[in-house]
Write a protein that binds this ligand. Structure first.
Ligand code: NAD
Length: 498
């Protein structure tokens, strides 16, 4: 069995704690690797290295820093196929989906090539007599990222690229489920010319996360994962005086209006509901058809498509989606399906018995479809994070709108309609961070910002786009005066501009 490492000060370092987490191949159910779980002392070591390396990196001009990202983008492009293989082997998703995972991260690497422009401050000439006022953006110093299992390339790059381009050193604590790709990213950053200690990987669990939240030399923390942990990290980090942005779970609805193209809506639901086995924070897990006829027709279109889904290991090119990440995830999903049945929801497609020949120990769950789900049911309230779509029927547009409005989560939402008025009203009134109009997974591109509302996000600046530049920097505003021959007396009241 292979023992993975940390990546500290430009070196693969063995773990010193004697504690490890098993890394599975979810398709076979076998443990293939172990990842070390860091101690507080190991985290301290990485922070000390970052602290020593960061000032020289911040002192480089931003154009030179940006050039590292140009090289990094080329390296990611070159190594994408091998990285996708490693990613699928630990995560379970299809190769095509892993390529997308890396690509979405690479796009943020491309975005930060514009750091010299993005970091420009503001200037006011003649704010008063002989007075100029200007602001600059300076790095926070050391930033840390704590990431989930479901996008082991994209989310680390979403955090690290802007943090580093802004002149920070960055420490990544990736998910212990699929830690190989983050290590590869560290190697590629170094090949791209990033100095040692500016991007480090410290593997770990709660102990490492707590060490990050409490360390006095870490200035900003970005977290992505489930809502209870997002809330915990936000509270702990901010209690220690740190800046924090913490993104949590989701329950994304798609409203299907009676005038929608139902074939298009059904295709969108299949891709957005079952792609990556539903293990995406932007997966659609609730479909809300408006009107009985729309609901009946939609179920009629969805049922055969779901029954025909091809579930298989990542090595099967025909697979639409693969296994879920762990045995525990599989058991949780199967348990929630059982709950749905006992709550009285109608299980139209039952994927519980699914088994793949030759992969009987893999963590597979077949596609499931529930009809007649109601808002009081656990399967409606809980994030299932599996290949399970719930249909909640609504009689009117207002009734449909009310559902995502009242839901605890506010990550993504979509509406399918041909009516521009309804779409415009929906986009304006909905209390959710990312909205799709005839687009099922409205993940903003790198130069816009990504983030949810309500229990899907804690903190007030989003991932990538200009928000990320604000998050990873502090603003300093300078008021300067060069008086020529003016003699001032002492002034005891607050300066105002009359
Ligand atoms: P998770 O919360 O279990 O783990 C996320 C990170 O927190 C990991 O690095 C993990 O090691 C660490 N962690 C776990 N338990 C901890 C604890 N008790 N104390 C401190 N740290 C702890 O999430 P996951 O299962 O890896 O990822 C799936 C979740 O992430 C889903 O809820 C999904 O919706 C969410 N997610 C959200 C977004 C978003 O942008 N909102 C994006 C992707 C995933």
């Amino acid at each position: 069995m292979l023992d993975l490492t940390h990546y500290i000060n430009g070196d693969h370092q063995q773990g010193e704690s004697g504690r490890f987490a098993d890394v599975f191949n979810p398709a076979t159910g076998e443990v293939e690797k172990r990842t070390p779980l860091a101690t507080v002392a190991e985290m301290d070591k990485a922070v000390a290295v970052a602290k020593a390396a960061q000032p020289a990196w911040a002192a480089q001009n931003p154009q030179k820093r940006a050039r590292v990202f140009m090289k990094m983008a080329m390296l990611l492009e070159e190594h994408k196929p091998a990285m996708a293989e490693a990613l699928s082997r630990e995560h379970g998703k299809t190769i095509e989906d892993s390529l997308g995972d890396i690509q979405r991260g690479l796009e943020v690497v491309e975005f930060v090539m514009g750091a010299p422009h993005l970091l420009k401050g503001e200037f006011t000439e003649g704010a008063g007599p002989g007075i100029d006022m200007y602001s600059m953006r300076q790095p926070v110093g050391i930033g840390a990222g704590i990431t989930p299992f479901n996008f082991p390339a994209m989310i680390p790059l979403w955090m690290a690229a802007p943090a580093i381009a802004c002149g920070n050193a960055f420490i990544l604590k990736p998910s212990e489920r699929d830690p190989s790709v983050p290590l590869r990213i560290a190697e590629l950053f170094e090949e791209a010319g990033l100095p040692k200690g500016i991007f480090q990987v410290v593997q770990g669990d709660k102990e490492a996360v707590d060490a990050i939240c409490a360390h006095p030399d870490i200035g900003a923390i970005s977290f992505v994962g489930s809502t209870p942990i997002a809330q915990y990290v936000y509270q702990t980090a901010t209690a220690h005086g740190k800046r924090a942005q913490c993104f949590g779970g989701a329950k994304n609805h798609m409203i299907i209006m009676p005038d929608a193209d139902l074939d298009q809506a059904a295709d969108a639901l299949i891709g957005a509901g079952y792609g990556s086995a539903g293990e995406r924070c932007m997966a659609i897990s609730v479909a809300v058809p408006v009107g009985r006829e729309t609901g009946d027709k939609l179920i009629e279109k969805l049922k055969p498509r779901i029954e025909e889904l091809h579930v298989g290991p990542y090595t099967d090119e025909k697979a639409d989606f693969g296994p879920v990440v762990t045995k525990a995830a599989q058991e949780k999903i199967l348990g929630l399906i059982e709950t749905g049945v006992s709550e009285g929801a109608k299980l139209v497609v039952d994927g519980r018995g699914f088994s793949h020949q030759g992969y009987e120990n893999g963590f597979f769950v077949g596609g499931c479809l529930f009809d007649d789900v109601t808002p009081d049911m656990d399967i409606y309230k809980t994030e299932i994070f599996g290949p399970v779509l719930s249909v909640v029927r609504a009689n009117t547009y207002e009734e449909a709108l009310d559902l995502p409005m009242k839901h605890e989560y506010g990550n993504g939402v979509a509406i399918y309609t041909r009516d521009g008025d309804a779409a415009r009203d929906f986009a304006s009134r909905i209390n959710i961070g990312m909205v799709g109009i005839n687009v099922p997974i409205p993940v903003p591109l790198a130069y816009h910002s990504f983030g949810g509302w309500k229990s899907s996000s804690f903190g007030d600046l989003n991932q990538h786009g200009t928000d990320s530049i604000k998050f990873w920097t502090r603003t300093k505003t300078i008021t300067s005066r060069w008086p020529s021959g003016v003699k001032d007396g002492a002034e005891f009241s607050i300066p105002v501009m009359n």
